[in-house]
Design a protein around this ligand. Structure first.
Ligand code: GLU
Length: 548
């Protein structure tokens, strides 16, 4: 077979050469050990936690080594592409702090290794496709969909392995005359790889996350170019990652099964095989067993979910770090104020089997992250969220941003800041009572207390409340009221002889707290009262006195 002739027949328009491409995309001039890697998502419109896990891993690997991270859009499957998906992808990843040095941007390509959208690289793929045909390593296949279905049915009947290989690969060794004849009829074709592999053989390979692997060789003549000339993922992966000078391929482990084919392809094309890191899936507990997070069952897989719930991006970012590197939390404890960028991220700490997603853990991480923010920042981020997701609350809260900042300042700073808020959606339950529109008495007084006692303490407090008093004087006043009404002002004394009292100062505080905030649990009462002001406090106590 004259392979050169066949190559010319199949690709008459390819004039560009491999040498020109190698020159156009020179080796990158980076320091030894610099990682060049990429995030290569398909624009399906669904940006998920897995994209972030991969993006963050790739970003840390590149930037901690003085390397490069780029964004390549893998849009070769037009059927899966969703209108507007590329901007959504770029914005979501940017929003979560994944910074690309080059690649597809909202304003087109940025960088010298583009185009970064695969749909714009067809001429490049064809150069290498033609070369493989010239070398006898690829050939056209004219099987129709029906013929391929028949092949599958026959394989099933024979209990043979599936796929286009061996005796099933009916176009693999066809004479040139046959090929010419069907080409002349105008029949469409796909380009297939001529695999020299056998499933009898194993290849040894070391993945940077999975460790040492022994994989079965690939024997299938996989498709390289589809009938419209567009490459498959496999072919585009080899060509792009070679020309873009990728040193590390970081991707989901669903690609592990086709790795033997990718290795064959790199070798057939004469490309250096990059290092691979296959990341295990995100899992969650379902009852007592673990399962993969699923798009259909688990809303928390979508990044939009975190935005809607009001988890700050910083929280999600830190949470991902905690699940990727188990030593992150210890590091954070020792370095409470450091930027997460200073954490010595290592792929060696990644769990080969994948990470476990745990909502409670995310909430904990987020409470810590929010507790370290300034009141001003909390105010700004909360309002931005509320304007979009709880406009009614936003308009009430926004009237007086100074007041809102004071609310968020309660218990902030110091060694042990309060950790009440995990997501902006929690703010209403925590601080809604500051606003009349959202205030209601949620908790009832325990039956064990006498209504007359409650009314008496509330009345005395209302009549004596002095907003100018400092915290000690304010509390001394509550203690005095307690004494006057037969409640112990000293907790020790109360605990020693509870029968001597009608209750303790803690109970009196609770009476006031429920009247003023509507609930048994609330932020520091002294600070709350400073913000609400005398008039509002009296109004709420009066309302309570009316109702008991
Ligand atoms: N487009 C592929 C995906 O979305 C990319 C895999 C890779 O990173 O190579 O799964």
């Amino acid at each position: 077979m004259d392979h050169k002739y066949l190559a010319e027949l199949l690709f008459p328009d390819v004039k560009l050469t491999r040498e020109e491409l190698e020159e156009r995309y020179p080796l990158r001039n980076l320091k030894e050990g610099a990682v060049v890697t990429r995030l290569a998502p398909s624009p399906t419109g669904f940006v998920h936690l897995g994209n972030l896990v991969q993006g963050l891993t790739a970003e840390r690997m590149a930037h901690l080594s003085g390397g490069v991270l780029f964004l390549r859009v893998e849009d070769t499957d037009a059927k899966r592409e969703v209108e507007g998906a590329i901007p959504i992808l770029i914005e979501s990843l940017g929003h979560y702090g994944i910074k690309f040095d080059e690649g597809e941007t909202l304003n087109g390509d940025f960088g010298s290794y583009g185009p970064y959208r695969q749909s714009r690289r067809t001429d490049i793929y064809h150069v290498f496709a033609k070369e493989l045909v010239e070398k006898g390593m690829a050939y056209p296949c004219f099987c129709t969909e029906e013929e391929l279905s028949e092949m599958r049915a026959a394989q099933e009947a024979e209990k043979a392995n599936f796929g286009y290989f061996g005796k099933w690969a009916v176009w693999r060794d066809r004479p040139i005359e046959d090929i010419k004849a069907v080409l002349n009829e105008g029949k469409t074709w796909v380009l297939r790889f001529r695999s020299a592999g056998s499933i009898e053989n194993k290849i040894k390979f070391t993945d940077l996350i999975k460790g040492k692997l022994e994989l079965t060789e690939n024997e299938i003549d996989h498709v390289l170019l589809k009938s419209d000339g567009i490459p498959t993922y496999h072919f585009a992966h080899a060509v792009d990652d070679h020309l873009m000078r990728t040193t590390h391929v970081i991707r989901g482990d669903e690609w592990l099964s086709t790795l033997p084919f990718h290795i064959q392809l790199f070798s057939a094309l004469g490309f250096k095989i990059p290092k691979y890191m296959h990341i295990g899936p995100l899992m969650k507990m379902d009852g007592t067993s673990k399962r993969k997070l699923s798009k259909r069952k688990d809303p928390e897989l979508a990044l939009t979910y975190y935005k809607g719930e009001g988890f700050p991006t910083e929280s999600v970012y830190e949470y991902i770090l905690t699940i990727l590197n188990s030593n992150y939390e210890d590091w954070r404890r020792v370095n409470p104020d450091a930027s997460p960028d200073d954490f010595p991220f290592s792929h060696k700490k990644m769990n080969p089997a994948g990470s476990l997603f745990d909502y409670a853990k995310l909430s904990d991480v987020s409470k810590n992250v929010i507790s370290r923010m300034s009141a001003e920042k909390v105010c700004e981020l909360f309002l931005a969220w509320a304007r979009e997701f709880d406009p009614e609350f936003a308009s009430a809260a926004e009237v007086d941003t100074e007041k809102l900042t004071r609310i968020f300042a309660i218990g902030r700073g110091g060694k042990k800041p309060r950790k009440d808020i995990a997501r902006w959606a929690d703010v209403k339950a925590y601080a809604g009572f500051f606003f009349d529109e959202f205030f209601s008495v949620k908790d009832e007084y325990p039956e064990s207390f006498d209504k007359g006692d409650i009314a008496k303490t509330l009345t005395l407090f209302r009549d004596s409340y002095d907003i100018e008093a400092d915290q000690n004087a304010w509390f001394d006043n509550i203690k005095a009221i307690a004494e006057e009404c037969g409640f112990a002002s000293d907790m020790k004394a109360y605990k020693a002889e509870p029968e001597k009292y009608r209750g303790s100062v803690a109970d009196v505080s609770m009476f006031i707290r429920v009247a003023v905030t509507g609930s048994i649990n609330s932020p520091d009462m002294y600070s709350v009262m400073q913000i609400l002001g005398r008039e509002k406090i009296c109004e709420r106590i009066d309302a309570m006195l009316q109702s008991i």
